[in-house]
Design a protein around this ligand. Structure first.
Ligand code: SF4
Length: 305
C-alpha cells in the first residue's frame, strides 16, 4: 500500500524512512529499560529481520490505515461490558455458553491495562531490562475460582457462521492465538491466577441482508481457547539475544514487501549480464545484499544498486 507521511496539518512531508525518537530504538546491550509490545513480539515471530531493522536499526516501516469499523465494535463492546462490570453481573451472552458464574473483572487498573498506547499489562522479563507490554481488550472473572479470563474482541465479515474449531485452526488466525498466549504470560507473570480458557468474542457482520439502511447486523459468538504460554519465555530470550547482536537476520521469504522491494530495486537498476561482468562485485548484491551492506556500516557510493 502507499503510505504518505503527513505533518500535524495532514500535509504530505518528506518521509525520512527512519525513526526520529531515540527511545524507540534499542542499542545492543543497552542497560536502560526498553519496552517491547505484544505487536512487536509478533513481528519478531513473523520476521526477525523486519523486527530487528525496526527496533535496533530504527527503520520506520510503512503503516496501515486504522481499522475504524473494527475499533468501533471494540469501543461499543467495551461500553457494554463496562455496564456489567459496574453492576458485577454476567453479560447477556454468557448464559448461552454456561458462563452464568462469570462477570467482567473489576479492577482499578482496568483502563490502564486496556490502553495499548499509554499503558497495557506490563511485565519485566526475568531480570533483564526488557519490559513486555500489551493492551488487553477485556478481562472477565470466574466468580467460583476467582481466576481471571482473558478476552479479545474480534470483528469480521464472513458469509458462514462462526465455527470455533475452524476459527482456531485458520492459519490467518495464528497471530490471534499468540496474542492470547502472550497476554496469559503477562497476566500470570503479574501474579494473577489465570483461567485456562480464554475467549475470543467474535462479531461477524451479516452480509446476507437486502440493504444497509444505516445499520450493520452482527452475529456474536464466543470462541473458547485453551491458552499455552509455556513457549513465550524462551522466544523472548531468543528475541533479546537477537536485539543484542550486530548481524541482520534472514528475511521471511514469503513476505511480499521484501519481494516487492527487491523487484523495485531491480526495475530501477537493471543488472544486465554485461554490467555484472564490468561492475564491481558489490553491484551484484541485489536488494537484500545491499541492505545488509548498508546497515552493517560498510557503505560506499559505488555499492549503491
Ligand atoms: S521479509 Fe523483508 S519486508 Fe518482509 S517483514 Fe521481513 S524484512 Fe520486512
Amino acid at each position: 500500500m502507499i503510505d504518505l507521511k503527513r505533518n500535524s496539518k495532514k500535509i504530505p512531508v518528506k518521509a525520512p524512512g527512519h525513526r526520529t525518537r531515540s527511545t524507540s530504538i534499542y542499542t545492543p546491550n543497552q542497560a536502560t529499560d526498553f519496552k517491547i509490545s505484544r505487536s512487536k513480539f509478533s513481528d519478531f515471530l513473523t520476521c526477525p529481520r523486519c523486527f530487528y531493522l525496526d527496533r535496533v536499526r530504527g527503520l520506520d516501516p510503512p503503516g496501515t490505515p486504522g481499522w475504524t469499523l473494527n475499533e468501533t465494535t471494540d469501543l461499543l463492546l467495551k461500553k457494554e461490558f463496562d455496564q456489567c462490570r459496574e453492576a458485577q453481573v454476567p453479560h447477556r451472552l454468557f448464559s448461552a455458553y454456561g458462563l452464568d458464574h462469570v462477570v467482567p473483572f473489576k479492577h482499578e487498573e482496568m483502563d490502564t491495562w486496556r490502553n495499548s498506547l499509554h499503558g497495557g499489562l506490563k511485565l519485566r522479563h526475568k531480570d533483564t531490562n526488557i519490559v513486555l507490554g500489551g493492551g488487553i481488550d477485556d478481562i472477565w472473572q470466574d466468580t467460583h475460582t476467582k481466576e481471571l479470563i482473558i478476552v479479545d474482541y474480534k470483528s469480521q465479515a464472513k458469509n458462514r457462521s462462526v465455527d470455533p474449531v475452524e476459527y482456531l485452526e485458520d492459519p490467518y488466525h495464528e497471530g490471534y492465538l499468540t496474542q492470547m498466549d502472550f497476554y496469559a504470560y503477562l497476566l500470570s507473570g503479574m501474579g494473577f491466577a489465570v483461567h485456562p480458557t480464554a475467549y475470543f468474542l467474535v462479531c461477524n457482520a451479516d452480509r446476507s441482508k437486502e440493504d444497509f439502511n444505516k445499520a450493520m447486523h452482527f452475529e456474536e459468538a464466543l470462541v473458547p481457547y485453551q491458552w499455552d504460554s509455556s513457549w513465550i519465555g524462551s522466544e523472548v530470550d531468543r528475541m533479546i539475544a537477537l536485539m543484542n547482536q550486530r548481524e541482520i537476520p534472514a528475511p521471511n521469504e514469503s513476505c511480499k514487501n521484501c519481494a516487492y522491494a527487491e523487484q523495485y530495486s531491480q526495475a530501477l537498476h537493471p543488472q544486465t549480464e554485461e554490467k555484472v561482468i564490468e561492475e564491481p562485485q558489490t553491484q551484484q548484491l541485489g536488494f537484500r545484499g545491499y541492505l545488509k551492506t548498508l546497515l552493517s556500516g560498510e557503505t560506499a557510493d559505488n555499492r549503491k544498486p
